[in-house]
Design a binder for this molecule. Structure first.
Ligand SMILES: Nc1ncnc2c1ncn2[C@@H]1O[C@H](COP(=O)(O)OP(=O)(O)OP(=O)(O)O)[C@@H](O)[C@H]1O
Length: 240
């Protein structure tokens, strides 16, 4: 579904990713783990077109997407729920969600029934349903994070990139975020997940990649990585 081949990317003269390859098969959850600064967010940004890759190829559903503009990549079915809850603070919860469907309305993909999808998203995220007319800027951090995830789902995406969905959340909300990821997975959503809680990410994922200094150090079935002594020692100590 999503294949990243030999991807290099960075910021100006600073090269962050040095030829990484990742495969995200249809209907699976793949997690990318690594320490701060390893390049996880940079990978997500390169895939969704927020930064231009300097090398390699990215294919979505067989179509080459590297070098395309972000709106074009979104129209092709790739939704990015970015780090840091980028919601539209002065718009209502419902309007934020409808904006998530905007690439569908402007693109060549089938429009589908946006109103029905809005209700589906509300059912998946009951907290948002309770606050649907409230301005997004007045939501708590956890609720804003859920709004960013729900907005990504409104695209009816082929693939969702979830960047640190649990960042800064109280433990009870972290559990809720992982429950929602489980539900999305059960509904057949294909996801690439970046998470600080590597153990929880590997518990929900089918496959994992460990990124170290912009290179893939290890990859394998999630269960295998969870039992790998080196991965355990470096990434699975404590945490969620
Ligand atoms: N906008 C930017 N301009 C310049 N350098 C950047 C920018 N964003 C990130 N970097 C640098 O790129 C490197 C990789 O950052 P990235 O955010 O991809 O790491 P990460 O693995 O997601 O870590 P974290 O969990 O801390 O977000 C870091 O050295 C970081 O300082």
């Amino acid at each position: 579904m999503l294949t990243i081949h030999n991807l290099s990317a960075g910021y100006g003269k600073v090269q962050v990713l040095h030829g990484i390859s990742i495969d995200v098969p249809k209907g699976q959850v793949v997690t990318l783990i690594g320490s701060n600064g390893a390049g996880k967010t940079t990978t997500m940004r390169a895939v969704s077109g927020m930064i231009a890759p300097t090398g390699g190829e990215i294919h979505l559903n067989g179509k080459r997407i590297d070098g395309l503009e972000p709106y074009h990549i979104a129209r092709l079915g790739l939704a990015h729920s970015p780090e840091g809850r980028r919601v539209f603070a002065t718009m209502s919860v419902a309007d934020n969600l409808l904006l998530g469907a905007f690439p569908r309305l402007t693109g060549s993909r089938p429009k589908g029934d946006v109103a029905a999808d809005l209700e589906k998203a509300m059912a998946l995220f009951p907290r948002l349903q309770e606050r649907r007319t409230q301005l997004a800027g007045t939501l708590s951090g956890g609720e804003q994070q859920m709004l960013a995830m729900a907005r990504a789902v409104m695209l009816n995406p082929e693939v969702v990139l979830l960047d640190e969905p649990s960042m800064g959340l109280a433990p009870i909300l972290v559990d809720e975020v992982f429950r929602i990821i489980e539900r999305l997975k059960a509904a057949g959503t294909t996801m690439l997940l970046v998470e600080q809680f590597a153990a929880a990410a590997l518990a929900v994922a089918d496959y994992g990649y460990v990124l170290e200094n912009g290179r893939i150090a290890v990859h394998g079935r999630a269960e295998k990585l969870r039992n790998d002594p080196a991965v355990k020692a470096a990434y699975l100590g404590g945490g969620h």
